[in-house]
Each structure stands twice: as C-alpha cells, then as structure tokens.
Design a protein around this ligand. Sequence first.
Ligand code: FE
Length: 255
Amino acid sequence: MPHTVLYKDETHRNVLLEDFGLGGLAVQANQHVIAHGSAGMILDPGGHKVYSKVLAATMSVLGGSNLRYIFLSHQDPDIVAAVNGWLLTTDADAYISKIWVRFVPHFGLDHLVEHRLKPIPDEGMVLDLNGAPLLVLPAHFLHGAGNFQVYDSTAKILYSGDLGASLGMHYLYVEDFEAHLEYMEGFHQRYMASNKALRAWANMVRGLDIEVIAPQHGAIFKGKDMVERFLDWCEQLQCGVDLITELFKVPTAQE
Ligand code: FE
C-alpha cells in the first residue's frame, strides 16, 4: 500500500505512510504525518523494526520541511521504542504524557536529546505547527493511563491512537460498520479501561467538527455518519473494569 493522502490544501497535508509492518508477531501499526508549510509532525512513529523506513518516508513526505514535533499518544513500544533515533536524527521535540516521561528513557535515551522529550499535562495542550493549531486532547485510560489524541482542525481529522483500532482485516476505510465490529470489539473490550472513560471522551469530541477518525492500528472511519456511528458504539461499550469481575478467579492447573 503506497502513502495515502487524507487531506491536502495549499499549505497543509495529512499523509498516512505506506504500511511498513513486517508481519510475524508484531502488531500492524499506522504512522501518520501532518505537514503545514515548512513544519511537520510525525504521530506514533513506532519501534526499531520500522524505524529506518518510517524515518525515510517521513523525510520524503516532508520534502524541504522540518520535522518540528514527534507526538507519542502513550507509552507502548509500538509507539515509543525508537524515539531516541528520531531525536538524534532530527531537531524535533517529542511530546508524551507527563506520567510517562520517566519511563521512556528505559528504551534508551541519549543524554544529549533528553531535554527534547517534553511532558504533556493531564488536561492536554495546543501545539502550533507553523500556524496550524493541533489540539492535544486528553484520552486517559483509552487505553494508556496517560493517553492523548491529536485533533487537526484544518483537516478535521481526529487521530485517535489505540481507540478505534482494528486488527486483522485488509481494507483501509470502514465501509460496513457492523461487519467491522469483529475486528475491533475484542480489542476494545480488553484494552480500553471502562465505559465511563469512553462516555467522557465521546462527550468531549462531540464538540469538534470531525470528518475522519484515524486510529493507530487498522482501518479509518471517514465521513460524519461513520464518525457518529463510532461515537455511538463507544458510548454503549462495556469494557475493561466493567467486565473484570468474571475474570478474577484463582487459576487451576491444566490437566
Ligand atoms: Fe497501545
């Protein structure tokens, strides 16, 4: 699959990079680039297996523009593991929840670049990409305990991280929501923390003008109807601690 342009105007571009997933045990992951004029952001760049390919693809998409931001939605290795390389080879600042800043260095972080790993406060923030505002929205417990999403008001795209993720299908856009559930329901039931968190999140993002929801794994929700269906589904989903009581039983030895 080549790069996919999700939005483009004279100064602004949103590009989903070619899928560099190497198969095997590693989960498929999407890497997104936002460019505005001479500045760019990479979202959730990924781990070591894809690092050199994602870096080369990002630079080619950015052309002469500078990578200004590395956005890290949460602490997982498929997002953070290669951040040291990104900081060493670019001038970008990396942003991650303040509660993960002291854990990321365990992936290996050079002292020379440590100061460019920046904390995001719990309430989120607005990053300025060369004049284009990028809203860093709180989405804690969906699924990381310190978890953020990016809303790009120019492109009307919500980058939802692991929320909305789907695994195992081979299409880029969700066409049939009901048929899509089998690829995302189990993941959300186990990885997302609770219905309460989902409802608070849906209530927040309903205030935004969203054309596209782009998760970090799997297919994209495009168009207001599909976005609405996804929000409705989130609001009713029982997941995480809602389902935990049944699971907590002392295990017995297998015969
Ligand atoms: Fe994750």
